[in-house]
Write a protein that binds this ligand. Structure first.
Ligand SMILES: [Zn+2]
Length: 281
């Protein structure tokens, strides 16, 4: 049995051929130990208590598109770390860590795909990658994806999982809000539909720009939808917020989203929206 050092410099034994991911996962909501394979089959919803686990972008893609149909768009070239930013960790290092941890190049994955035979351009954000935040890279990927969608006359579908703008890129991250809204306008001019799926969390500058201006907006059950966090709002306004504030249900009651759908029915609902908008149903 091979051995390796753990972080405290003790030796720990690991099994030969041990998978990178543990076989069992504990549900943080009910404490149940769940066989990973079973969790996967259940679309990462706890079979005991119904709690939703985060989906990575590749997992989300797999849950929505026809098998084998996803083809990633070539990533744009951008200048990284334009401000030479450093907080507790230099931003460049934060980026490389995120890349290693997620196996993604940026906090959004975009490509061509088919959803029940309907060709779309799909972009899926990944919260594990620096909180799914939007900096120049994410803004550029989203803008290019929308331009492709307009050119190829394919509906644009965006799955939001983001805390907002990427603070490490300062004002440049805020400018992405303008860029993606402008790209969204080219979609509108081309008469190409845009469907947004808001998941946990859909907040900050992403909700306040591209996340909030789709033709059809679907919220996944359990989504958090809002601009600033409840505590910040309460401190700023000096007012108590109503119960259920920023939940998907609250967003539906206040006209921010068109439907709240459980994860298991998301694809079905997406197909329904695509069929109506693309004039195929
Ligand atoms: Zn559970």
């Amino acid at each position: 049995m091979p051995i390796r050092r753990d972080k405290r410099d003790r030796y720990v034994e690991i099994e030969v051929g041990a998978p990178a991911e543990p076989l069992w996962v504990r549900c943080e909501s009910c404490g149940e130990l769940i066989f990973r394979r079973k969790l996967q089959e259940n679309q990462y919803v706890c079979p005991r208590c119904g709690a939703y686990f985060f989906l990575s972008a590749p997992e989300r893609v797999a849950s929505l598109v026809d098998e084998g149909s996803f083809e990633e768009l070539p990533p744009p070239r951008i200048e990284e770390d334009p401000l030479g930013f450093s907080d507790q960790v230099p931003y460049k290092e934060r980026l490389s860590r995120a890349r290693v941890e997620t196996n993604l190049n940026e906090a959004v994955l975009a490509g061509r795909a088919k959803v029940q035979g309907i060709p779309v351009i799909l972009a899926v954000m990944d919260f594990r990658f620096i909180g799914g935040s939007m900096g120049v890279g994410v803004g550029e990927i989203l803008a290019l994806a929308m331009e492709r969608a307009a050119e190829e006359r394919k509906p644009f579908v965006l799955v939001v999982a983001s805390g907002g703008a990427r603070v490490q890129e300062g004002v440049l991250s805020l400018l992405q809000m303008v860029k993606v809204v402008a790209a969204r306008e080219t979609l509108a001019q081309a008469g190409v539909p845009y469907i947004a799926i808001l998941t946990y969390p859909s907040t900050g500058g992403v909700l306040a720009s591209i996340g909030g201006i789709a033709d059809v907006t679907i919220a996944e059950e359990g989504a958090l939808i809002g601009f600033a966090g409840p505590r910040v709002i309460e401190q700023t306004t000096g007012e108590r917020l109503p119960p259920g504030f920023q939940t998907a249900k609250f967003a539906l009651e206040h006209g921010i989203v068109d439907a709240v759908v459980p994860r298991a029915k998301l694809k079905e609902e997406l197909v329904r929206a695509l069929s109506v908008l693309a004039g195929e149903g």
